[in-house]
Design a protein around this ligand. Sequence first.
Ligand code: FAD
Ligand code: NAD
Length: 462
Amino acid sequence: MRDIYCKLLVIGAGPGGYVCAIRAGQLGIDTVIVDFAKPGGTCLNIGCIPSKALIHAADEFDAARNRALPNALGISAGAPQIDLAQTVEWKNSIVARLTGGVSDLLKRAKVKILAGQARFLDGKTVEVMTDTGPQILHAENVVIATGSAPAELPSLPFGGRVIASTEALALARIPESMVVVGGGYIGLELGTAFAKIGVTVTVIEAASRVLPQYDADLIRPVLRRLNELGVTVMTGAKVTGMNVKGALQIEGPDGDVRMKADTVLVAVGRRPVTDGWGREELVLEMDGPYLRVDDRCQTAMRGIYAIGDVTGGPMLAHRAMAQGELVAGVIAGHKVRWTKQAIPAVCFTDPEVVTAGLTPDQARDAGYKTKIGQFPLAANGRALTMQAGQGFVRVVARADNHLVLGIQAVGRGVSELSAAFGLALEMQARLEDIAATVHTHPTQGEALQEAAMTALGQALHI
Ligand code: FAD
Ligand code: NAD
């Protein structure tokens, strides 16, 4: 095979890599992208999209089940059934449509797609093991976007009944019971979905509360709903192993416990993929387990960049995408660097949780005197018409000049408000900017305006 010469080689076609390659192609940069899996990475194939598909199916099933019980809406229906194999097939069709779409976008941007495992021979040369043999590439710039993989617990290795999120999103049948180890994003999103389709779920979380990165007020409605769904949550607890009879051994706050479950989903975080691509051939600096990058996503070696999960947290698709777009600009010679005000995050639990910027505690720890406005969804007309009166929107601002430092929310469907939260922070809005913006009625978005008004002492609807 003839060697390939290019200006940019992107290793990994996840949200970081494919966005970088598309933008680079659009900017006229001669670009090659390589991945051994289908374009789209973890996010499209085994992460964001399949999990949200499963969550939607579980929500539909749960709503149908509630219709079979006496309910306030006066709607009645028979008990629903779910065929998980068909649900998984439907999820796969969405994934296929999106991964196919990414391939088309790459082709339209004139990016060459290469299937195979990439490995650095030196800082400018990469060998890709393709189906038809090794392919050598010479690149002026290389972007490492190799992403992350599920972290394994030494006491509970993957295999058999012990699965990671990838397998949980492709189950052939509904398990009777599931122990979820780790009450973080994956544990709670998938734990909630499985509980809704009838699985008996127990969540084992090592920290003193689930989703420990969020404050207790934000988590309260989530815990209430988990309780309603019959999910048992054990905090301050760790799995120490599985005995020969297949029972989990758990070290809990009140002593040791044994527990049996059909399926054990381990979701204790993800590790960056820093091996398998010839890191040892390079001289890169590390930031703990991650690749260290500067504010242009450049590593310690000139011409080698890294983006996405391999560079650390927050391990979110939209962070990876923003970094990918930035690096394409850097390689095109634009004077750009990372200056983002916030990376909003959503946990797709029931209800959903959104955080953008600083929480009240983080603002105080950063030395700010704050004004905080919180508006309950119970006072929002749209939320009530959707039976979604649980939760609130909260705005955190500087007391002196009212610059908005952070916005958080918990409530059904509030993930869609995250765009407004991110925009307010990126535009460096003041409380007065949000309060003076005409918000459409009746929408949950009005709760953001009301929260800003509340912080200003000018609340209208509470
Ligand atoms: P990845 O998407 O991991 O892509 C890396 C790619 O590199 C992979 O395709 C891999 O095959 C390839 N690769 C690795 N090594 C090589 C090599 N040597 N040669 C060739 N190719 C290689 N984030 C959100 O923002 N919102 C969500 O709702 C969300 N939900 C999630 C749900 C689940 C169950 C999981 C697991 C993750 C979720 N995430 C979510 C996180 C999100 O998927 C990641 O943050 C995102 O995919 C990171 O993008 P990336 O480009 O850095 O890496
Ligand atoms: P996570 O970091 O969100 O949660 C892991 C949880 O496991 C933590 O609460 C931690 O305290 C707990 N834990 C760690 N070791 C433990 C042990 N031995 N026993 C019991 N609990 C233990 O990680 P995750 O849920 O695996 O998700 C990985 C990453 O993927 C997330 O951090 C996030 O960046 C991304 N993700 C994002 C979304 C989203 O944006 N909606 C959804 C899923 C995943």
